[in-house]
Every structure is written in C-alpha cells, then in structure tokens.
Design a protein around this ligand. Structure first.
Ligand SMILES: NC(=O)c1ccc[n+]([C@@H]2O[C@H](COP(=O)([O-])OP(=O)(O)OC[C@H]3O[C@@H](n4cnc5c(N)ncnc54)[C@H](O)[C@@H]3O)[C@@H](O)[C@H]2O)c1
Length: 383
C-alpha cells in the first residue's frame, strides 16, 4: 500500500481540520479517500473544497464503497464504537476519536473484536500522548526515577468554553447525544494521560456541578478524589468556566517529584536519597537544619525543561503514527484498546456523583446505564 486512504466520517470542526491537514500534505502516508456526513449541506462544502473526493451520507456506504482503507470517527461520542465496529467487521482500519465511547463496556467490546482482527489497525485519538513532554514524564515514571508514586494532583481548568460554544451544535453538552460535559469532551485527554502515566485508581469519589456556570444539564465543574488502593491518592479538578485557567500536574514519588505547568514546563526534582531513607536516616538536628533552609539544596537536584508544541502537530503525529502502523507495523502510540481505561474512569466519576458515594472501579456497567438513563429522562422532561 502506497498511502493510506482515510475515510473521514463526520465533517464538522474536527473532521474538516483533519481533511485540511491531509490535503496540505502534512500527513506523509495518508490521502483523503472519502468523506461522509449525515448533514446534506456538507456535500456542497466537500465538493467545493475537495472536488475529487467522494462524499457519502451514511458511514456504511462510505465503508462499503472500497474507496478507503481506514476511517476516523469525527462524530458525536455515542457513535464512535458503532462506526468503528462496522469498519473492523468490514476489514477497514479504525481510528476512534476520543472518548472511545460513553460506555466503558462498549470500548471493551470493540477492543475484543479488534483482537480477533490482528491484520487491522485499531487506534484512538489521544494526541496529547505524542507531546514529547508527556513522553518524557512517562519515561521518568516507568524507569523508576521518582520511585513509587504517592500522590497525583492535576488541576486542569484551562478548558474555558463560553455558552456560544455549547450552542453551536445541538448534540453538545447533552446527556442524550454527547453523554456528558467537560468529562467526556475536554478532559478525556488529561484523564487518559493520568491513567497512562500513573495507572488506574481503584476507587473514586467525586463532587460534580451540573450546569453550574452555563445553561447545561451536564457537568461544567468536577473535583474528584482518586484512591490507588496502595495508599497513594490523587485529586483531579477540571471545569469550563475559568477564564484564566490553571494546568498543573504534580506527581510525587518517594524518590522525587514531577511538576508539569501549562503542558510545556517540566520540573524534575530528584531526591539524593529517597524520602523513605531520609526519614529513616535523618537525625532531628539534621532535619532542623533543613527547616532553617541551610542544607536544603543538598537534599535534591532539580532539572527544568521547556517543550514547545505547535498547534495541530499532535493531531498530525497521531495520523502519521496510525498510517505508519498500517503500512509497516510501527508501534501505535495510542492503541484503541487503551481507550477503555479513560472511559471506565469517567463512568466511575459520574456514578460516584450520582450516588453520592465512593465507587470501586470498574463500576457495574448496568448500574451506570440505569443512572445515565435517569439523567437523559430528566433532560427530556425539561424540553
Ligand atoms: N482529539 C481532539 O483533540 C479532538 C478535538 C475536538 C473534537 N474531538 C472529537 O471529535 C468528535 C467530533 O467533534 P467536532 O467538534 O468535530 O463535532 P461537530 O459537531 O463539529 O462535528 C460532528 C459532525 O458529525 C456529523 N455527524 C453526526 N452524526 C453522524 C453520522 N451518523 N454519520 C456521519 N456524520 C455524522 C455532524 O453532522 C457533524 O458535521 C467528537 O468526538 C469530539 O470529542 C477531538
């Protein structure tokens, strides 16, 4: 295969961006094979922009057409696994947009299907995994440089979205069509990174505000406590109403600490001896010297690194990596089956808020369905 012919399913904000990247030859091993949207007005747009590219009004027709080797699902969230499943069943490679689905169970099902199709590539669009900063953080943790993780804190409130954003498409910020708010639209990137870097918590306890600062039924403010089951804990905070938001990730281990600010500045603190050893070996007099600030510098070393990210680069990286996996088996940065953890975590965070209690992961999918259905019914009753 010379170049992967990508079928873009959903020609909205994201789908049209990917078409432009590919058309501008920013994705080396990919061409746009076909485009699909259920909105008939998109046909004219596509024909104007890409007269050579076939347009379909149903994803089945696009996948069955023989015009594509692979598809990407740039459609509302409930459709990702449905369309991905149809593609894999018809021997077409599938790249799911995030979140993999609203239900963890469905991501599990499509992952099992993908396992039975080893000749097909099944990926998920976690573009932030391609950021060299987070790859460095992963390497630091995986090689044990900061030791056993004791605490994770991520405050990610830089997802400011005005009401006009929510009002631009009817599916947004609804339980019935989007499946939630900031937790399923904006924060999946950080939720994936958190679990990719630090592993899955065993329990979560959350406080969520629904329609707190926007006219919505879904979440626009979330605070969650994570319990990793080994004494380690974490806090995850996100919202869409903080104009001057904060993006600060701290991962504390017994041998050091990682601080990421604005997803661009990385501060690595390495303890000369682990906190466990310090605690064991240090006399009270030595400790007092540290409190007075006299020998503090001898306790650790610090490294500061800066990473610059150009807009669009991460998405292009995912498309390049997906195409390379199809063509020559280059390992995937984000295999589709990895999508399940983030969705399971989000399912747990919602369920905890709806039940008003801590929940153990993975949650009972049936219970989640019942509780989500209640939100949809309440939403429908308000119409
Ligand atoms: N990876 C990222 O950084 C990133 C960024 C933004 C959005 N996204 C994801 O991309 C997806 C799309 O978001 P968007 O902002 O482009 O939404 P959008 O509303 O702008 O576009 C969605 C498009 O899908 C079409 N559509 C709906 N149902 C369809 C169907 N059954 N078949 C074909 N087309 C259908 C709609 O008509 C619309 O044109 C979402 O899952 C979102 O979370 C990912």
């Amino acid at each position: 295969m010379k170049k992967v012919r990508l079928g873009i399913i959903g020609f909205g904000a994201q789908g049209s961006t990917y078409a432009e990247f590919i058309n501008n030859e920013r994705v080396e091993q990919m061409v746009v094979g076909a485009i699909c949207d259920i909105d008939p007005t998109k046909r004219e747009q596509v024909q104007h922009l890409y007269p050579e590219v076939p347009f379909f009004e149903s994803y089945q027709a696009l996948i069955d057409s023989g015009e594509v080797d692979a598809i990407v699902t740039t459609v509302p969230h409930y459709l990702h696994t449905e369309i991905g499943t149809y593609a894999l069943m018809h021997d077409v490679h599938a790249l799911l947009e995030k979140p993999g689905d609203i239900y963890g169970e469905k991501v599990q099902e499509i992952s099992k299907l993908a396992q039975t199709k080893p000749h097909l590539t099944f990926g998920i669009f976690f573009n932030q995994r391609t950021n060299p900063l987070y790859q460095k953080v992963k390497e630091l943790i995986d090689t044990g440089e900061i030791g056993n993780i004791r605490r994770t804190n991520w405050i990610i409130t830089t997802w400011w979205r005005p009401q006009a954003y929510y009002d631009q498409s009817a599916w947004r910020a609804t339980w019935a069509q989007e499946g939630g708010g900031v937790l399923v639209n904006q924060a999946p990137h950080q939720i994936d990174l958190l679990q990719w870097l630090c592993g899955m918590p065993e329990k979560v306890y959350s406080n969520i505000q629904y329609g707190y600062q926007r006219h919505l039924n879904v979440d626009d403010d979330v605070t969650t406590v994570l319990d990793y089951g080994n004494g380690a804990t974490g806090v995850f905070i996100t919202c869409t109403h903080d104009v001057i938001g904060t993006d600060r990730l701290e991962i504390t281990g017994d041998k050091g600490k990682i601080l990421v600010e604005d997803s661009s500045k990385l501060t690595i603190t390495r303890l000369n001896e682990s906190e466990t050893e310090m605690n064991h070996n240090m006399s009270w007099n030595q400790a007092q010297e540290i409190f007075k600030g006299k020998t503090f510098n001898g306790v650790y070393t610090q490294e500061n690194l800066e990473f610059n990210s150009i807009w669009g680069e991460q998405h292009i990286n995912v498309l390049n990596n997906f195409a390379a996996n199809i063509i020559d088996g280059t390992p995937l940065i984000a295999p589709g089956s990895d999508g399940v953890n983030g969705v399971n975590l989000v399912n747990g965070i919602y369920l905890s808020s709806w039940l008003g209690s801590e929940v153990t992961l993975p949650i009972d999918p049936q219970q989640f369905k019942v509780e989500l259905e209640k939100q949809i019914i309440t939403e429908n009753n308000k119409k």
